[in-house]
Design a protein around this ligand. Structure first.
Ligand code: EPU
Length: 427
């Protein structure tokens, strides 16, 4: 298993470009199942989760070609009758995004339930209730969802809780339903809106993207399209927090400031300089860091996907900050690892109190999930000495070439392969 070794402290400085958003790219790939025509997607991040979904789509009969950053996909074939098997779905929950499109276009889908997850229970009941409202018969057996419908019918459905992939799944299915569908209490994340843009380019009729109510006029077929996915606000936000934690000066290109507003407002309150200009979003810090509380919430609230990274930052603030995690039940797994590096954090239930500033020191730590790993990388940047982060396959799921991007900003970071050999970082 690969590790990162980071020599701290270091200061991040320079320009970094956000890759395409993983969480926009995943539903975009799944949307290709809705048509037999070619769909060309660009600005895709080269990350493990996309490789995993591409493998599942190949199993479902989707041909794809391209260099990873751009892919042309064609769902002409019938695909496997096993549909989406446990072996493939268990490694990545977002695989469930094939359910809505397969059902809508093929009239049936058999998709494994995703199973356990490190950050919370993460049920998919809202996906299934939405598909049932569209007229599908949904049956669970042997750990699989079996959904069937000769043709889905337009409906009115209200999500009990805003769910990102749930909204995406039901929205994709509704594009091919007979009649109009109204979805309420939808997730408003920019990635959902980006998917709606792709679907409309494929001939869907979706209004209200980016709001909590979607109106989808069903069409009988979708066609091919070209689409460039939005930049990754979470990856980009991680580097901006890197600037703040390391008293650095980083300009982020390729991500929209409006999508990052909750983080940028918080960084400004903490005493960072935040400028949005032609080159991108600049975050710099020279003075002391003020502690500021955070409550995670669905967009446009503070993203749960930046909570762990923000916690690393608060270890350097002059005082106590309270972090409330409201989206997932178990998203403080970075806390014990941060404490091993010298942080003073008291977590109970969904609340963590971070008492700063702490002089962090390098230690051997373990990554437990994608964003927890990013938190440890940020802590490693300001810790004195060497931090070794094990199990960085979690990072590789969602951060493209992180060590290269960090090294270009001045960090001293290297990847150690399973055999313990450092891999030279090119930048
Ligand atoms: N929920 C339900 N029932 C459902 C669906 C969700 O109760 O049917 C609950 C969840 O348990 C959770 C809340 O609703 O408490 C929100 O979950 P959501 O469904 O929005 O999460 P998701 O769609 O599974 C996506 C991202 C996550 C991100 C969350 C929240 C993708 C592929 N994944 O997950 O990204 O944390 O939205 O913004 O889009 C990551 O990139 O590290 C990551 C975990």
């Amino acid at each position: 298993m690969d590790k990162f070794r980071i020599q701290g402290p270091s200061r991040l400085q320079g320009i970094v470009r956000a890759s395409g958003a993983k969480n926009a790219a995943l539903p975009a790939l799944a949307a290709c199942l809705l048509t037999g025509d070619e769909v060309t997607l660009s600005n895709l991040p080269r990350v493990q989760d996309l490789r995993t979904l591409r493998r599942l789509l190949a199993h479902l009969g989707v041909e794809s070609s391209g260099d990873g950053e751009t892919l042309t996909l064609s769902a002409r074939g019938e695909g496997s009758l096993d549909d989406a098997p446990y072996e493939m779905v268990k490694t990545m929950r977002a695989s469930v995004l094939v359910l809505g499109p397969m059902l809508a276009r093929r009239g049936r889908a058999r998709v494994s339930l995703p199973g356990g997850c490190a950050i919370g229970v993460r049920p998919i009941d809202q996906h299934l209730l939405g598909l049932e409202a569209l007229g599908a018969t949904v049956r669970l057996d042997h750990g699989y969802v079996n959904a069937e419908a000769a043709r889905l019918r337009g409906t009115r459905f209200r999500f009990a809780t805003p769910t990102v992939t749930g909204t995406e799944n039901v929205m994709m299915a509704a594009t091919l339903a007979e009649g109009t569908t109204r979805l309420e209490n939808c997730a408003r994340e920019p990635e959902v809106a980006d998917l709606a843009r792709l679907l409309n380019a494929m001939g869907a009729r979706i209004a209200g993207a980016g709001t909590d109510t979607l109106e989808i006029e069903g069409v009988s077929a979708l066609h091919g399209a070209r689409h460039s996915v939005i930049g990754d606000r979470i990856e980009g936000g991680t580097y901006l927090i890197g600037a703040a934690i390391s008293r650095g000066d980083v300009t982020l290109a390729g991500a929209a400031a409006t999508d990052l507003a909750p983080l940028l407002e918080k960084l400004a309150e903490c005493g960072c300089t935040v400028d949005v200009g032609a080159q991108g979003i600049r975050v710099a810090r020279s003075g002391a860091l003020r502690p500021r509380d955070v409550i995670t919430a669905p967009h446009p609230g503070f993203p749960t996907d930046l909570q762990a990274q923000y916690m690393a930052l608060m270890t350097q603030a002059e005082g106590m900050a309270t972090l409330h995690e409201t989206v997932f039940e178990n998203r403080f797994q970075h806390v014990p690892e941060l404490m091993r590096m010298g942080a003073d954090v008291r977590a109970e239930g969904g609340t963590a109190r971070v008492y700063g500033p702490s002089a962090l020191s390098g230690a051997a730590v373990m990554a437990t999930d994608l964003r927890a790993s990013a938190c440890l990388v940020l802590a490693g940047l300001v810790a004195a000495g060497s931090t070794e982060i094990d199990r960085i396959y979690h990072l590789d799921r969602g951060y493209e070439a992180m060590e290269t991007k960090l090294a270009a900003l001045g960090a001293r970071v290297e990847r150690l392969t399973g055999a313990g050999t450092p891999v030279p970082v090119e930048h």
